[in-house]
Ligand binder design. Structure first.
Ligand code: NAD
Ligand code: ZN
Length: 240
């Protein structure tokens, strides 16, 4: 822990990769747990373009349910610690797989949301995109402009990552001195390969997760614990 804290304190260039685990203590369910299920359905079968093509109403009902749950959630001390450490670093990027917007709500500014945002809604007809936080009275929602079907502005399994976010992430992973990987099971590509990429380019990799993951073996430090406890301990300078 002390060694890892030292790496974070002294580096100039810091990258952080987060996943659903970082929001778990805020009450947002992760996908891979009993809480993540909806009507006994596996999220992996709903978060796909095929599911949307087949039954857009059902996919939207699931998103509306998730949006309602997330609306009542606030950032936790893990989010706050990452926003604080950003302020101290000239070169910083927070790469998140989370779609809940809690990093920005905590004050993080240099954020690449590589899986999009659950608050953004995009028209499949004309491409118009808007942030919209309220519930839709009728599902699936339709576009005012072209009447097309609107979809959640998130990246589904099998889809490409948004170009700008993904490029920014790759560039940062090739130049950062330290990478923190927090709250991700590291099984969803391409983020699953990010730790190895950073390491190949010489970064120290620190994992924060209560459980072992497929990337644990290549990390320079693994800290087993909840991100709401561990990230504040790692990121704030000791008050002595
Ligand atoms: P995941 O559900 O696959 O894995 C969550 C990881 O977090 C696990 O390794 C678990 O051990 C760990 N974890 C659980 N509680 C934790 C805590 N308190 N502190 C630290 N770690 C904790 O999540 P993933 O790797 O992000 O992949 C799932 C995909 O689903 C992502 O692509 C993401 O876009 C999406 N998703 C997003 C949200 C969100 O926005 N909050 C929620 C669920 C799923
Ligand atoms: Zn449209």
């Amino acid at each position: 822990m002390d060694t890892a804290r030292g790496w974070i304190r002294t580096c100039r260039s810091l990258c952080v990769l987060t996943g659903a685990g970082v929001s778990a203590e805020s009450g947002v369910p992760t996908f891979r747990g009993p809480q993540g299920l909806w009507k006994e359905k596996d999220p992996m079968s709903l978060a796909t373009p095929e599911a949307f093509a087949e039954d857009p109403k059902e996919v939207w009902e699931w998103y509306q349910w998730r949006r309602q749950r997330i609306r009542g959630c606030a950032p936790n001390p893990g989010h706050a610690a990452l926003a604080a450490v950003e302020a101290a670093k000239p070169d910083f990027l927070l790469v998140t797989q989370n779609v809940d917007g809690l990093h920005r709500a905590a004050g993080s500014r240099r954020v690449a949301e590589i899986h999009g945002s659950i608050w953004v809604v995009r028209c499949t007809g004309c491409g118009a995109e808007r942030e919209e936080r309220d519930d839709f009275p009728e599902l699936p929602p339709r576009c005012d402009g072209c009447g097309g079907l609107r979809r959640p502005g998130v990246v589904w399994f099998g889809e490409m990552l948004p170009r700008e976010e993904s490029d920014a992430a790759m560039e940062m992973l090739s130049r950062c001195e330290v990478l923190i990987v927090a709250g991700t099971s590291a099984v969803v590509a391409p983020a699953s390969g990010y730790a190895a990429l950073a390491r190949r380019h010489g970064a120290r990799v620190i994992e924060v997760n209560p459980d072992e993951t497929p990337v644990s073996g290549i990390c320079d430090a693994t800290i087993r614990g909840k991100s709401g406890d561990v990230l504040p301990a790692l990121c704030y300078p000791r008050s002595s």
